[in-house]
Design a protein around this ligand. Structure first.
Ligand code: COA
Length: 260
């Protein structure tokens, strides 16, 4: 078991499982090396096996993740660097492929690979102490874990260019303004707010959440008419599930739906 990526599960009032993943190298501000990336990948599968309906990713100590591990990268050959980048991509894609949503709880620095990790999550909430950015060009490299691509899809091409070219750090309020994070909370209120969002997700139909996640992701880069075809197919698939019957019956019977 990986102690650089902690894993625990908690249950909601209705018995749904929420997975909490904590990147745990606080003395290195949770910098991402191979152990952390493979540990994170393993935790994704563990959460799926535990039937998690939502995952929260955060960092131990004062950072979310302060980037890919610079000391691990310093002497890489071009081939090793490419492999490392591809490992980061594999983890990001694995996060997107999970049937459960993943929420980033950005408690502090989310720089470089940390910002990219947050971008691979479904959405992010930040503490007022968070600092975000893609400082790789200060190190003579570019974002390598999907940053150039997911950042432009999240905040638009001009803002992505500015963040990548300048390498500047932005605070939580600026991150909120540009749509990099969805909400900002005082540090002690961050986890309760993220947990509340996770509980709201867990109260809803897991088949529909999974399908919505897939359609939003797959449709993003398609022409609207093609993307809407995906939506129609997934909408139809919802009606193969007993959860659609339960959700609609519950509404008409004026009672909470039970998707357990
Ligand atoms: N990779 C490896 N180690 C890192 C790291 C990273 N991305 N970010 C921080 N660390 C290490 C520091 O080297 C230091 O280790 P040490 O105590 O053995 O010297 C430790 O974490 C604490 O960091 P420190 O720089 O002392 O903390 P700080 O509060 O003064 O500064 C930052 C915080 C985030 C501003 C600063 O650590 C930083 O700029 N980190 C690099 C950010 C970056 O460029 N990320 C993109 C990488 S591609």
């Amino acid at each position: 078991m990986s102690d650089v990526v902690l894993f625990e599960t908690t249950e909601t009032d209705t018995g749904a499982t929420i997975a909490l993943v904590t990147i745990n190298r606080p003395d290195k501000l949770n910098a991402l090396n191979r152990d952390v990336l493979t540990g994170l990948e393993m935790r994704l599968g563990e959460a799926r096996d535990a039937g998690a309906r939502c995952m929260i990713v955060t960092g131990a100590g004062k950072a979310f993740v302060a980037g890919a591990d610079i000391s691990a990268m310093q002497d890489m050959t071009p081939g090793e660097a490419r492999d490392f980048s591809e490992l980061g991509h594999r983890v990001g894609h694995a996060m997107e492929a999970q049937p459960y949503p993943i929420i980033a709880a950005i408690n502090g620095f989310a720089l470089g690979g940390g910002c990219e990790l947050a971008l691979a999550c479904d959405f992010a909430y930040a503490s007022t102490k968070a600092k975000l950015g893609q400082p790789e060009t200060k190190l003579g490299v570019i974002p390598g874990f999907g940053g150039t691509q997911r950042l432009l899809r999240r905040v638009g091409v001009a803002m992505a260019r500015e963040l990548v070219y300048t390498g500047k750090m932005i605070g939580a309020d600026e991150a909120l303004r540009i749509g990099l994070v969805n909400e900002v909370h005082e540090p002690e209120a961050l986890m309760p707010a993220v947990r509340n969002a996770a509980e709201m997700i867990c109260a809803n139909g897991p088949v529909s959440i999974d399908l919505a996640k897939k359609v939003i992701l797959k449709g993003r880069d398609k022409a609207l008419s093609d993307a809407n075809r995906l939506e129609a197919a997934a909408f139809g698939r919802c009606f193969e599930s007993p959860q659609q019957k339960e959700g609609m019956a519950a509404f008409l019977e004026k009672r909470p739906a039970n998707f357990e």
